[in-house]
Every structure is written in C-alpha cells, then in structure tokens.
Ligand binder design. Structure first.
Ligand code: SF4
Ligand code: SF4
Length: 95
C-alpha cells in the first residue's frame, strides 16, 4: 500500500501536503500537480487531511477514475518527462 495523489491536485499545487510528510516523499512534477513516490511513502496518512481538495487517498481505497494516477505517481522514479507523458495521455481521454 502507498498513498496516491489524484486528479483534484491538477492545477492546485498549493503544497500544503508537502510540509507534513515525515519522509519528504511528496514531489513537484513540474506538470501542474504533485505526486507521492510509492518507494519512499511510509503510509502514515498525515498528508490526507492537509489537502484542501481531498486529492490524496490510500491506494487500496481509490475511486475507479483515479486508477491511472497509480502509474502517474509511481513514474516519479522515471523522471518528470515520464510523468508528463502519462498525464497528457490521461487528460486526452477525459471527456
Ligand atoms: S502517507 Fe505519510 S509518508 Fe506517505 S506521502 Fe503521505 S505524509 Fe508522506
Ligand atoms: S495539498 Fe492536495 S492539492 Fe495541494 S499540492 Fe498537496 S495533493 Fe495537491
């Protein structure tokens, strides 16, 4: 289990979540949203209530439409461009 940042974060990069993460695993992608590195996240849940738009959830409790964001968050290890490509692919499928 890890925690995942989903669609509501897009365009709302206030970073309130970043300050409370004890392991600094919430990262700015440079693509208008932040992501959680699943390799580093210790699942403490501290970030959930900090988010003003409820954009953070544990990965075993995700709305179906957030499914693509599991890969988008996990792409942190592959770099900003990988995240940008996945985000773009996702957004082009949203009606
Ligand atoms: S669940 Fe805890 S460790 Fe994981 S991103 Fe949130 S604050 Fe950081
Ligand atoms: S607090 Fe929520 S909206 Fe703000 S940067 Fe973090 S995940 Fe995104």
């Amino acid at each position: 289990v890890t925690h995942v940042i989903g669609e509501p974060c897009i365009g709302k990069t206030d970073r309130s979540c970043v300050a409370v993460c004890p392991v600094d695993c919430i990262h700015d992608t440079g693509h208008d949203m932040l992501v959680i590195d699943p390799v580093e996240c210790i699942d403490c849940g501290a970030c959930i209530n900090e988010c003003p738009v409820q954009a953070i959830r544990p990965d075993d409790d995700l709305p179906q439409e957030w499914e693509p964001f599991v890969a988008i968050n996990a792409a942190w290890g592959e770099g900003h461009d990988a995240i940008g490509a996945l985000l773009q692919a996702h957004m082009s499928q949203v009606p």
